[in-house]
Design a protein around this ligand. Structure first.
Ligand SMILES: *[C@@H]1O[C@H](CO)[C@@H](O)[C@H](O)[C@H]1NC(C)=O
Length: 545
């Protein structure tokens, strides 16, 4: 009967999931336009062409915005927020397939201060970036003449938008209308929009940006290579030290065994052998511990699969598709969580396995949903349009209860039955051995911080260069890079992104906290798995009396 129940549960789960995925695909696909539907031109940043890391808000230069103030849909995705993209509405009135002749949308009253700002920007070759329907557009602010005395501002943005069916697939911007900057004049800013039928497929619309000459790939290949070498070097170093020490220890232990019982100094063991009665002692909170390890294993498999899928399929092209893939993979890998969490809990002698299963299954979803709920709350307070739709929330809850939980149950039962025996190579003493006084740098808190430095060092450059989300590097030893990435993220936020306001702040910090915690749990689990295999190995090879 249990088997039948499981089978029904799984098939029910898969069916629900398919339904929900279809639903989600609908919710996530914003990209189709009806004729005359509003198309929003977002202004992003402005900054010197030769230093692309240095960016300012577009409206930090005294540009003026169009007269349109309201927009029907605000879009911001997690990816954008993580990138620190801070979009502001341009105020231009653009409608799908609706041609606009050259129209003046606003005028700049050029006083001395404004002129100086523009001249400074032109001298430093400032360029700006905009977005239309997620497609980036770049334009130059202005131009100086040969002897560098007169400065001109480009005032006319000529937009040519290519569409294929009811989607936007291509955008070109031409800057025209050079106007000399003379103090105390008025400068009219204008735009025009032309719509062209295009053969570019929607899936391929980002391809023109992936042209290697377009982005300079050199830096991040170098840094990836760099951290790769660093990881190899560290692994080599650590394993060499461990091997030498172990060989020496084994030699000494076996020499001792050959000695007479009389000669041997009984009870005076040394080195790692002396803790053999304690190494396999269950943790003090087996329930939480095994749930964390199970979740960590699941996150690890999810990141692996999503990275592979993202490499095989171009997930970056469609907004939200990465997220929905991640949710799907997360639900599908629930048995991994149940298996590792359940078997570890059984090994540690835990009895309340149902409670463990619930905690393990809902730890991560609760964390993510809790944060999302909190941010949603603020979103509703600030811009109602940014809130997560109710349908999505219900969908996520359904996935938790009807897919994740049953699959987790399957995993837990398998884990408890297949590898739930505490088959440790040596017995655990009844009385714990007292832990001697430690130096300050051996305290857990200090170790946690120090342990994160190396893995953090190797992901630092990627995080900086690749803006946190394309090539995320999940490589780590053990320890808590999560904590590190958390503090890094804070610095990053404060120094690089220049985001202001409660909403931006909580949005960014909330999701980055989730990200850092997940990274920490994952690395902790990988570290624990590695260490426990190692410890088990070295104690199997030594004779304990
Ligand atoms: C944009 O420019 C490219 C290259 O000049 C051209 O192939 C493409 O058709 C243009 N697209 C639109 C919509 O005008």
């Amino acid at each position: 009967p249990l088997f039948v129940l499981m089978k029904t549960g799984v098939s029910l789960g898969v069916m629900t999931l398919l339904q929900l995925l279809k639903q989600m695909k609908k919710i996530f696909s914003f990209f189709q336009y009806k004729d005359k539907e509003e198309v929003v031109l977002w202004m992003n940043t402005v900054g010197p062409y030769h230093n692309r890391q240095e960016t300012y808000k577009y409206f930090s230069l005294p540009f003026c915005a169009g007269s349109k103030k309201t927009i029907s849909h605000y879009h911001e995705t997690l990816g954008e927020a993580l990138q620190g993209v801070e979009l502001e509405f341009s105020g231009l009135d653009i409608k799908f397939k609706d041609e606009v002749m050259q129209t003046t949308y606003c005028e700049i009253d050029l006083d001395k201060a404004k002129r100086d700002a523009f001249v400074y920007a032109i001298k430093n070759h400032y360029w700006y970036q905009m977005y239309i329907d997620d497609l980036p557009i770049w334009g130059i602010v202005g131009e100086a003449d040969e002897n560098g005395e007169d400065h001109y501002l480009w005032t006319y943005k000529k937009l040519e938008i290519g569409f294929n069916g009811n989607r936007i697939v291509d955008v070109n911007l031409t800057s025209e209308g050079k106007v000399r900057l003379i103090p105390n004049t008025r400068i009219g800013m204008s735009y025009s929009v032309k719509w062209k039928r295009s053969d570019v497929k929607f899936e391929d619309r980002f391809d023109k940006y992936l042209d290697p000459s377009f982005f300079q790939h050199r830096i991040h290949w170098f840094s990836i290579f760099n951290s790769f070498m660093m990881v190899i070097f560290l692994v080599g170093l650590v394993s060499m030290i461990l091997m030498r020490t172990l060989r020496k220890d084994y030699a000494r232990y076996s020499k001792e065994e050959e000695m007479d019982d009389m000669d041997r100094d009984l009870g005076d063991e040394y080195g790692w052998k002396q803790v053999h009665g304690d190494v396999f002692r269950p943790s003090s909170h087996p329930l939480i511990f095994s749930s964390l390890i199970g979740s960590g294993c699941q996150i690890f498999s999810v990141s692996l699969i999503v990275i592979i899928v993202a490499m095989v399929e171009d997930l970056y092209t469609e907004r939200g598709s990465m997220l929905s893939t991640a949710i799907f993979v997360y639900a599908a890998t629930s048995p991994v969580n149940g298996y590792f969490g359940g078997s570890l809990y059984a090994k540690q002698g835990g009895r309340r396995w149902i409670k463990q299963m619930f905690i393990g299954a809902f730890m991560i979803p609760a964390m993510v949903c809790g944060t999302a709920f909190f941010i949603n709350f603020i979103a509703i307070y600030y811009h109602a349009s940014r809130a997560i739709p109710f349908g999505t929330m219900v969908a996520v809850c359904c996935i938790c209860f009807f897919v994740i939980l049953p699959l987790n149950l399957v995993g837990t039962i398998l884990g408890r039955n297949l590898s739930g025996q505490p088959n440790f190579p040596c017995r655990v003493n009844a009385v714990p051995r007292p832990i001697p006084e430690k130096k300050w740098f051996m305290e857990p808190a200090v170790i946690v911080c120090l342990g994160g430095i190396l893995p953090f060092g190797s992901i630092f450059i990627e995080m900086y260069v690749l803006h946190l989300h394309v090539f995320l590097d999940y490589r780590c030893g053990c320890g808590f890079p999560g904590l590190r990435s958390c503090s890094y993220v804070s610095c990053f936020f404060l120094w690089c992104f220049r985001m202001y306001g409660l909403f931006q702040t909580s949005f960014y910090f909330g999701y980055m906290a989730v990200f850092s915690t997940a990274l920490g749990i994952m690395c902790g689990a990988v570290g624990y798995m590695g260490t426990s295999a190692f410890v088990r190995k070295i104690y199997t090879n030594v004779k304990i009396d």
